[in-house]
Design a binder for this molecule. Structure first.
Ligand code: VGL
Ligand code: ZN
Length: 199
């Protein structure tokens, strides 16, 4: 069974969005084509309450990009993004949502962030993705989406630790690159952990 995992293909990560990732919209046609070639499509959505603790706006004297602490973990302060049920949290309008079989929301707890589609950043709560994939008998996951250096990376690392075989389709990914080189580092980390990275 071939499973495609689409990570956070949401308006706020697209050019013009509040946490815009360069050229993120270029992956939409790639995702649409890939959906036709797999048996099961699961998509994640970053889905924050308006008071989410990862937002710089929720902390005194805090600006976007600052390193803060949240739930006892180091946390980058992000601009407000992907607020539940808003346009910013919606899928890119050109994404073929009819081909998505299951959607997983993450980052719903205001007190902790969740880059991975499987667990929050403290690995305290599961999102339900692993459970769902188990019910479907998933073994091999193809992963693509936004952002290579955050949500794609942490989803891939968790998937490997849970025992899935993982292929990352790099042409279907774009990254934030707060620091130049972050995407390359993420790719190295994912392949070192056992992912097959396809360019
Ligand atoms: C993401 C930063 C904050 C992502 C989500 O989807 O990679 N990055 N929230
Ligand atoms: Zn987020």
């Amino acid at each position: 069974m071939n499973v495609l995992l689409l990570i956070d293909l949401q308006n706020d990560f697209m050019p013009g969005g509040s946490l815009a990732v360069s050229d993120a919209d270029e992956v939409i046609p790639i995702a649409n084509a890939m959906m036709k070639r797999v048996d099961l499509v699961v998509a994640t959505q970053d889905w924050h309450p308006a008071n989410h603790g990862s937002f710089a706006s929720q902390h005194a004297d805090c600006k976007v990009g600052d390193l803060i602490e949240l739930a006892g973990l180091p946390q980058i302060a992000w601009p407000d993004h992907c607020i539940e049920s808003t346009m910013g949290a919606s899928f890119h309008p050109a994404l073929n949502v009819d081909d998505i079989h299951h959607i997983i929301h993450k980052g719903t707890d205001p007190k902790i962030d969740s880059y991975s589609g499987f667990f929050d950043n403290g690995r305290r709560a599961a999102t339900g993705l692993h459970h769902y994939l188990q019910t479907q008998g998933a073994i091999h996951l193809h992963v693509m989406g936004i952002a290579s250096d955050y949500c794609v990376k942490f989803t891939v690392l968790d998937a490997l630790s849970l025992g899935y075989q993982v292929t990352v389709d790099l042409d279907g990914c774009r990254g934030v690159e707060l620091t130049p080189g972050d995407i390359d580092l993420a790719v190295q980390e994912m392949s070192k952990a056992g992912a097959s990275v396809q360019t």
